[in-house]
Design a protein around this ligand. Structure first.
Ligand SMILES: [Zn+2]
Length: 234
């Protein structure tokens, strides 16, 4: 069995400039329900989880970049992004990743579990064009759990059970100890400094303090931050 110490979980969209599809149900809400439940399930294991979902974003790129930076800087061994699809006539679950490695293996395992809930298995798609898959330095998988605009998918759709299926799918591949109190991470949040930012402005944006930012990032001169620098917020 493969080893997994730290899992990065990214709850798709859910911030400014990056909102999900709207179908019979809202993708944002479904992603959040599945993601939170999944994070909860890992609390009782020996796996360290980083929740990569940002609190705020100033652009789509910033939203995606914060997720990637949180996973990369947190040294996650695997990155999982939770989404729900939308397309007229579509139904079922699919996995998007670079095929041929562990991400595909985990994806197949998760889709088999989701299929058992009665959702159609659309299989794995090789996607080199997705930012979060490209820019993360560990194996990365994006799961589209179901179509939020499909009547058959959304009829009786149960995010809790889908989270359970994803959890089982991951546990089938990695050696995970269950029923532990676990060493659980706080959210790690990173922000990419843009022109015009000051520590004070960033602290206000994320509802934190300049002192906290200085301490988390080991900043020597609080008037000196650099455009493009990734600051840890939390
Ligand atoms: Zn999405």
């Amino acid at each position: 069995m493969e080893k997994l110490n730290t899992l990065a979980i990214d709850i798709g969209h859910n911030v400014n400039f990056d909102t999900g599809a709207i179908g019979i149900r809202k993708e944002d809400e479904l992603n959040m329900e599945v993601g939170k439940e999944l994070i909860d399930k890992f609390k009782a294991t020996n796996i360290n989880v980083i929740n990569c979902t940002p609190y705020n974003a100033i652009s789509l790129h910033d939203s995606l970049n914060q997720r990637v930076v949180a996973a990369n800087k947190g040294k996650a061994d695997f990155f999982l992004s939770i989404h729900h699809n939308s397309c007229p006539g579509g139904r079922g679950a699919e996995g998007l990743c670079l095929t041929g490695g562990i991400a595909e293996q985990v994806g197949i395992s998760i889709l088999n579990e989701i299929e058992e809930l009665g959702l159609y298995n659309r299989g794995i798609k090789n996607r080199r064009d997705l930012f979060v898959i490209n820019q993360t330095i560990m194996p990365a998988l994006l799961i589209e759990c179901a179509f939020c605009d499909s009547e058959s998918d959304m009829n009786g759709y149960n995010p809790e059970r889908v989270a359970g299926a994803i959890f089982n799918g991951i546990c089938n591949v990695f050696d995970i100890e269950k029923d532990l109190s676990g060493s659980f991470n706080e959210n790690q949040v990173y922000y990419n400094v843009v022109k015009g930012d000051t520590l004070y402005k960033i602290a206000q944006k994320f509802n934190t303090t300049v002192e906290s930012l200085v301490e988390l990032n080991g900043i020597k001169d609080e008037n000196l931050i650099y455009v493009g620098e990734d600051l840890r917020i939390k």
